[in-house]
Write a protein that binds this ligand. Structure first.
Ligand SMILES: [Zn+2]
Length: 275
């Protein structure tokens, strides 16, 4: 099996039907390896539907992940918003497990003006409760806070790696486009390699062999991420990124979030296999 599998964030545009099952079949037809199911507006899939998704993905040989709802903030001021956020992560993990997905990603929190350390301790406390509940349910899905693209959003690489070291079952959702947009650089071979080196140092080789990566072109400014772009319309040095991933023997799923979805996913896959 190749080191990395490539796929789309959601159903490919060229899918004949706009259903998760149609999307999985299209991924297989295109020769891609994976798909992220987007529950960004809420988890609306039922258990019976999720079982059909699992059967289809297994039959077609497509690896799945899931993206949790946008309406999550583990640093919210109101206790009811914290509880609702935890519930949304749990719902995503439960349905993802039935779908046969190995990972979920989500946007963990906003600082809301709090110092990063205070935000970190809130996220850690409330995510620990979620992880304990999943453990009780024997749910083994990897729960991955995403590295985020705006300085107002919790989710630097160090913050996410610290959560990974402190909480069992938590992994990194490594979004290279977000990180580039957030800090302005991190767009060259040595910089991509240093990110991978840091992951290896803090989490060990296993983490590099079990990666969940987001890539797209990205527009950014002083406040970080503005919007996603197609790779060739952006400055993202994706060939250098793929070289670093190959040299570090990274394995796992690379999800393409460019507006053109499968076009860039195929571009990434072809480029990677030619290296
Ligand atoms: Zn995301």
């Amino acid at each position: 099996m190749a080191g990395l599998l490539f796929g789309t964030a959601g159903i490919p545009h060229s899918s004949r039907t706009l259903s998760t099952i149609g999307g999985i079949k299209r991924i297989a037809e295109l020769g891609l390896g994976g798909m992220e199911i987007e529950f960004v507006q809420g988890v609306k899939m039922g258990e019976a539907g999720a079982r059909l998704v699992a059967e289809t993905a297994a039959r077609e040989g497509v690896k799945l992940s899931a993206h949790g709802p946008y309406f999550i903030n583990l640093n919210a001021r109101e206790p009811e918003k914290i509880i609702a956020s935890q519930e949304r992560i749990l719902q995503t993990a439960r349905i993802a497990a039935i779908c046969g997905a190995e990972s979920i990603v989500f946007h963990a929190a906003y600082y809301l003006g709090d110092p990063p350390e205070k935000t970190y301790s809130a996220v850690k406390r409330y995510l620990a409760q979620v992880m304990n509940q999943l453990k009780r349910e024997n749910n083994r899905v990897w729960v991955r806070p995403e590295v985020m693209g705006k300085p107002s959003e919790f989710g630097t690489i160090d913050e996410v790696l610290s959560l990974c070291t402190e909480l069992d079952g938590v992994g990194i959702g490594m979004d290279f486009a977000h990180w580039h947009a957030r800090i302005g650089n991190s767009n060259s071979y040595p910089e991509f390699a240093s990110v991978l080196q840091k992951i290896k140092q803090r989490l060990g080789d296993e983490a590099l062999y079990n990666m969940h990566i987001h890539v797209s072109g990205i527009a950014y400014g002083k406040k970080g991420e503005i919007k996603h772009l197609n790779l060739k319309e952006s400055d993202l040095q994706y060939v250098e990124l793929l070289k670093a991933l190959k040299n570090y023997e990274a394995k796992g799923l690379v999800i393409c979030e460019s507006p053109n979805l499968e076009e860039d996913a195929l571009l990434l896959q072809e480029t990677y296999h030619k290296l």
